[in-house]
Ligand binder design. Sequence first.
Ligand code: HXC
Length: 260
Amino acid sequence: KKFEYLKVGRCGEENKVAFIELYRPKALNALCNGLMLELNETFDWIDNDNTIGCAVITGSEKAFAAGADIKEMQPKHFSEVYRDNFLEHWNRITRLRKPIIAAVNGFALGGGCELAMMCDMIYAGEKAQFGQPEIIIGTIPGSGGTQRLPRLVGKSKAMEMVLTGDRIGAEEACKFGLVSKVVAPEKLVDEAIKTADRICQHSPLIVKMAKEAVNASFEMTLAEGVHFEKRMFHQTFATSDRREGMTAFVEKRKPNFSNE
Ligand code: HXC
C-alpha cells in the first residue's frame, strides 16, 4: 500500500519482518496526525498478518522523529485537546502484540523519543540524539516521556532530560539503559533486522507470551508479576510449540514451530 508519510515493506531472511520507515523528510519526520494514522493502520496489518513475526521501525539518518508536529499543535486550546482527547491514538503501538524494534539514527526528540520508548527495544546509530525538549516550548511530554523515561534511565537522568530539555547521545543513552545496542549509522537497520530475524525463528505464539510477560513487569508488583509469569509459563504447556521445542532439543534437531 502507498502511504504519504511512511515507506512500508517486508524484509528479513524469510520475509517475516515488517519494515516501517518514517518518511516526512521536509519536517525531520515530525509526527503529524496523518503520519500517526498511517502508522496505526500499519500496526493493524502487522498484528493481523500471521506471516509477520516481528517489526522494525526507523527514520532517516538525520532524524528518527523530531517530535509531535509543533505547527499542528501551536493553535490548539485546552478545550479542544481535552474534548477530542488529543494524541490518545498515539498509544496504539503499545497494544501491538508482536515485537517491534526501533532503529534510531539522528534525532529522537519529544514524541519521537516517546515513540521509540513505546517500542520493545531501541538500537541506536552512533550519532543518535535522544531528548524530551517539550519544556523549551512551554509544555511537558505527553505520550509517556515522564513515565517511561524514569523507568528506563532512573529518576535523576530522566529529571535532567525533562527539566532541561537537553539531549543525550547514543553512548550515554546506552549507558543508562535507554538503548541496548549502539552501531555505526549505516549498519543500524541491518542490525535491527538481524535481531528481528532471530526472533522470527522462534514460535510466534510463544514470542507473544514472552512479550506480554515482560510488559506485565512494568504494571505489577513483583509478587503479582512472578505469579502472572508462572501462569503464562504453565500456559506454554498447553501449546504444540512448547512440545515441539523441547522434543526437538531432546531429538537433537531444529524445531519446526506451527504457531499453535
Ligand atoms: C514541526 C518540525 C519539527 C517539529 C522540525 N521541524 N521539528 N516541524 N514539528 N517537531 C521542521 C522545521 O520547522 C523545519 O521546517 C524542518 O523541520 C527542519 O528543521 P530545522 O529546525 O531547520 O533543522 P535543524 O536546524 O537541523 O534542527 C533540528 C532540530 C530542530 C534540533 C531537531 O528542528 C528542533 O528543535 N525541532 C523541534 C524539536 C522538539 O521540540 N520536539 C518536541 C516537540 S513537542 P521549515 O519548513 O520550518 O524550515 C512534542 C510533544 C509530544 O513532541 C507530546 C506527546 C506526543
